[in-house]
Ligand binder design. Structure first.
Ligand code: ASP
Length: 343
């Protein structure tokens, strides 16, 4: 007997299910029944559907580590019973959430596909229907009895990306996401074409769900004219364990003595400093320019071509689940969920 695919849909909120508040005219999250009823096409799939809806659904600006753990637990609870998961989520912080979930699930063997939209499903020109329907199809896709995409992905505007490689790049266009440093996992045209060589292969190990994140991380984005006081205040934040230094180009920073001393002092206090470039494409290469030699010498870790979203959630995951600083630093130099390319 042919197995009917079973897909679990998790509705967290976001534009896809929003409706206009008649009193103030702004978009507000609305319930799952409304959203589901706007996409009757889903009933044409001969699939079993299960669902969970956040109550109340949220704008993704309200996402935080607690929400990520809640989402993780919902996936874990339904993991054995379903073939794949579709997470409906606001696009604003989708890249952070997909990255966080990718780190929290070790040895994922089923698809977890995030999607959302730029226009609500109730609007005639919505992009939400296509995104939702194709995300479901991708979550259900199997080849030789195995899921085609055993990954945390983001599907948006005909493209499937690796979740922890994405960044929201446009607040207006339907093409809202990019993954400059990693190829597409699939593209939907007349057929959905999977880029098999880019898709992670499941290793048939038991899937583990890690349920801790440490929020004591920060981002220090450099800009010309940044003050000593500002830098020191950030580095002296109470309980801070690690900071992403968002640098220029290939990992470059100003060479002022006060700046290098502030970073060095932080490292001596065991704060892990991770060098992530402000550029969308390309990679950190500490030592390529004189402007990053000092950072490398004092122990700043170069994070290759990782996105800020993946770097932040990786730090939260590592500090939440490991206590050995040496091991944390080793894992930061490795790609643990396909989040960076090391060369
Ligand atoms: N503000 C919305 C959200 O992220 C935007 C979207 O869904 O695209 O929840």
């Amino acid at each position: 007997m042919l197995h009917k695919p079973s897909i679990f849909i998790i509705y967290t909120g976001g534009t896809i299910g929003m409706v206009k508040d008649e009193t103030c005219g702004s978009l507000k999250p609305f319930d799952f029944e409304h959203l589901y009823s706007q996409v009757p096409e889903l009933k044409k799939f001969d699939y079993n559907f299960g669902h969970y809806s956040f109550s109340p659904p949220i704008d993704s600006s309200d996402v935080n580590p607690e929400v990520w753990i809640k989402l993780l637990k919902i996936i874990e609870k339904n993991y054995d019973a379903y073939d794949g998961f579709v997470v409906l989520h606001g696009s604003d912080t989708m890249a952070f959430t997909a990255s966080a979930i990718s780190f929290l699930i070790e040895d994922l063997s089923k698809p977890v596909i995030f999607t959302g939209s730029q226009l609500p499903v109730g609007v005639i020109r919505t992009d939400g229907k296509e995104n939702f329907i194709t995300a479901v199809e991708i979550a259900a896709a199997k080849s030789g009895g195995k899921p085609v995409v055993p990954e945390v992905g983001i599907y948006f505007e005909y493209k499937l990306f690796r979740g922890n490689r994405t960044h929201k790049l446009n607040a207006e266009h339907f093409k809202a996401f990019s993954s400059v440093n990693y190829p597409l996992l699939a593209e939907a045209g007349v057929n959905i074409k999977y880029n098999k060589s880019a898709i992670h292969k499941s290793l048939n190990r038991k899937t583990k769900f890690h349920k801790k994140l440490d929020p004591n991380v920060g981002i220090l984005k450099l800009f010309p004219g940044i003050s000593k006081e500002f830098v020191e205040n950030i580095l002296n934040t109470k309980k801070l364990k690690s900071v992403i230094l968002e640098t220029y180009g290939a990992g470059n920073a100003m060479t002022d003595k006060w700046f290098l001393e502030a970073i060095e002092k932080a490292i001596k206090r065991n704060i892990v400093v991770l060098n992530v470039t402000q550029c969308q494409g390309g990679r950190v290469n500490q030592g390529r320019y004189g402007a990053s030699v000092g950072l490398a010498q004092m122990g700043v870790i170069g994070a290759y071509d990782i996105t800020t979203e993946a770097a932040l959630t990786k730090l939260m995951y590592l500090f939440g689940n490991y206590s050995d600083l040496k091991l944390i630093k080793e894992l930061l130099e490795k790609s643990i969920r396909g989040e960076m390319t090391i060369r």
